[in-house]
Design a protein around this ligand. Structure first.
Ligand code: FVH
Length: 297
């Protein structure tokens, strides 16, 4: 049921995520206009009350806020960066780009959109389509706070929305930093699983232990963050040299078991550089210095 007080919104891009976004707006009572290159993907949403715009230009004109959710930033520019769309003018619309990309693409697209007269917000969806519309769906935004706040009531139909700051690149940076966390935790878990399987321990048996380790390490992050922000790394728990000796055990064990040792060797290489630079007696987060510059050579 369309709620007359709910602001109209437009969703361009009806892939798995775009369909979830449009569906959440419809369920929250927002008059919702949709457009997709393959029109057939709009059918279910039209049956739920969405309006399928006859063109991208009409979709942009239909609402004060347009969400774009395509495969990548190249697709966004391919679709919108053309005089065929409203004569190349995006005046009066607020574009919220929820397409995945990197911070340079976000900042470049913001400059492009604003040159064409649009207000531009960039965003990153830290959720999968099935949870869109619930509090579990965390969606990060960056760009002018006034524009975010103007549309926050509508955006809250999608999930838990956050504004990170005025720099358009922030949402993408948080997104890729989150990917670093995700893949690092998964790779570390797979390393341990591979080692334990050589002793007949199956993945399901090891998983709860791995989850407990991951949660324990996660608890260290606030204190370690304070050390990084202060630039001081007193060894309150263990010195980097102690960690490096344990890394040697991990490498030796991996090689003895015949499992891949590349990840453990990377851990040790980073630690050895910091130790060589004189940081062997300091706490683990001193490695931020190594992460903050390209690898030598
Ligand atoms: N799905 C997920 O779980 C993740 C969660 C985190 C955020 N991602 C990002 O969301 C973007 C869209 O992802 P998606 O899963 O919806 O992707 P697809 O189902 O492949 O839909 C892609 C849509 O993009 C349209 N499209 C692609 N190229 C063009 C183009 N040149 N011109 C116009 N539209 C284009 C495509 O249209 P069609 O093929 O249906 O005609 C789809 O609507 C993505 O950045 C994820 O990383 C999702």
């Amino acid at each position: 049921m369309t709620d007359r007080t709910a602001a109209p919104v437009t969703v361009i891009g009806l892939g798995l995520m775009g369909q979830a976004l449009a569906g959440a707006f419809l369920r929250a009572g927002h008059p919702t206009t949709v457009w997709n290159r393959t029109h057939a993907k709009a059918a279910a949403l039209v049956a739920e009350g969405a309006h399928l715009a006859p063109s991208v230009g009409a979709a942009l004109h239909a609402s004060p806020l347009t969400l774009v959710c395509l495969t990548d930033y190249r697709a966004v520019r391919e679709l919108l960066d053309t005089d065929e769309v409203n004569g190349g003018k995006l005046d009066g619309t607020t574009l919220l780009n929820l397409t995945s990309g990197d911070s340079a693409q976000a900042r470049d697209t913001a400059r492009w959109a604003e040159r064409r007269g649009a207000r531009y917000l960039d965003g990153a969806i830290m959720a999968v389509p099935p949870v869109i519309g619930t509090a579990e769906a965390v969606i990060l935004h960056s760009g002018p706070k006034a524009d975010f706040e103007a549309h926050r009531p509508a955006l809250e139909a999608l999930g838990t929305v956050t504004h990170l700051g005025e720099d358009h690149g922030l949402a993408a940076l948080y997104d890729v930093a989150g990917l670093a966390m995700m893949w690092s935790v998964l790779n570390a878990w797979l390393q341990g699983t591979a080692m334990l399987r050589t002793a007949g321990v199956d993945a399901a048996t090891y998983a709860p232990f791995a989850r407990q380790i991951a949660a324990g390490v996660a608890d260290w992050l606030p204190g370690y963050a304070e050390q990084i922000d202060a630039g001081s790394f007193p060894a309150e728990v263990s010195a980097l040299e102690t960690d490096a000796r344990a890394m040697e055990h991990l490498i030796e064990e991996s090689e003895a078991l015949g499992v891949n040792a590349e990840l453990p060797k990377l851990f040790k290489a980073m630690a050895e550089r910091a130790i060589a630079a004189g940081h062997g007696g300091e706490q683990y987060p001193v490695l931020i210095e190594e992460f903050g510059r390209p690898a030598a050579g």
